[in-house]
Design a protein around this ligand. Structure first.
Ligand code: FAD
Ligand code: NAD
Length: 170
C-alpha cells in the first residue's frame, strides 16, 4: 500500500473534522492567554473508552502540535459545525484567516467558539505509531450542542443532511 493508495482508500472513510488545541497555562492562576494557544485541524480523532472516558488524536511527528501536546499534557478537541470549513482550512495552514479565530476557555483549555462539541482532555498515554503519535486523553469535561457537522470525505468537505426536526438528530 503506497501512501497515495492509503490516502485514496482511507479518504473513503467519512469523518467529522476537529480542531485540536493546546496551551501552556499556569494551573494555579488558570490564565487564559490566547497568544499561548496552538491549534491544528485533525480528522484522526477517535472515541476510545467510556469508563474511563478516553479519546485519542493521531498527530504527525512533523506537526508542531506533537511536541506542544507533549509539553502541556493537555488538549482540547472542538468538533466543527457545518459552517466552520474556513476554520478547518486556517488551522491546516491552507489559508490564513486569523480574524475568524475566537477561543473560549473551559477549565484552562482553549476551544473554538461555535463548535458542536468541546472536550477538555488530560493526556494519559502517548504512543509512537509510525510517522504519527497517538495521544490518548482522559475527557475531564465535555459540552455539546445540536446542529449540522462538518464532514470530510475523499479530500473534500461535505454537508450532512439532517431531518427537519432537531429532536430526531439524536
Ligand atoms: P502550523 O501548521 O504552524 O499551524 C496550523 C495553522 O493554525 C497555521 O495556519 C497557524 O497560523 C494556525 N494557528 C495555530 N495556532 C493559532 C492561534 N493561536 N491562533 C490563530 N491561528 C493559529 N494532521 C495530523 O497530524 N493529524 C490529523 O488527524 C490531521 N487531520 C487533518 C484533517 C484535515 C481535514 C486537514 C485539512 C488536515 C489534517 N491534518 C492532520 C494536517 C494538519 O492540520 C496540518 O499539517 C497542520 O498544518 C499541522 O499543524 P502544525 O501543528 O504543524 O502547526
Ligand atoms: P487526503 O486525500 O490527503 O486525505 C484522505 C485521507 O487519507 C485522510 O482522511 C486520512 O485518513 C489519510 N491521510 C492523508 N494524509 C495522511 C497523513 N499524512 N498521515 C496519515 N493519514 C493521512 O486529503 P487532502 O485534502 O489532500 O488533505 C489535506 C492535507 O491534510 C494533506 O497534506 C494531508 O496529508 C493532511 N491530512 C493529514 C492527516 C493525518 O495526518 N492523519 C489526515 C487528513 C489530512
Amino acid at each position: 500500500a503506497t501512501p497515495l493508495r492509503m490516502r485514496k482508500a482511507l479518504g473513503r472513510f467519512a469523518s467529522g473534522v476537529t480542531i485540536v488545541t493546546t496551551a501552556e497555562v499556569d494551573d494555579g492562576a488558570q490564565s487564559c492567554d490566547d497568544a499561548a494557544v496552538h491549534g491544528m485541524t485533525a480528522n484522526a480523532f477517535t472515541s476510545v473508552s467510556l469508563d474511563p472516558p478516553l479519546v485519542l488524536v493521531s498527530i504527525s511527528t512533523r506537526a508542531k502540535m506533537d511536541a506542544r501536546i507533549a509539553e502541556t499534557g493537555r488538549y482540547g478537541v472542538s468538533i466543527l459545525a457545518g459552517d466552520q470549513e474556513p476554520l478547518s482550512l486556517h488551522f491546516a495552514g491552507a489559508t490564513h484567516k486569523p480574524d475568524l479565530v475566537k477561543f473560549v476557555w473551559r477549565q484552562g483549555v482553549p476551544l473554538l467558539d461555535g463548535a458542536l462539541v468541546h472536550l477538555s482532555c488530560r493526556v494519559t498515554d502517548s504512543h509512537p505509531a509510525g510517522d504519527h503519535t497517538l495521544h490518548v486523553g482522559r475527557v475531564e469535561e465535555l459540552w455539546y450542542d445540536d446542529g449540522r457537522p462538518l464532514v470530510f470525505y475523499t479530500g473534500s468537505f461535505r454537508a450532512l443532511e439532517l431531518p427537519e426536526r432537531p429532536e430526531q438528530w439524536g
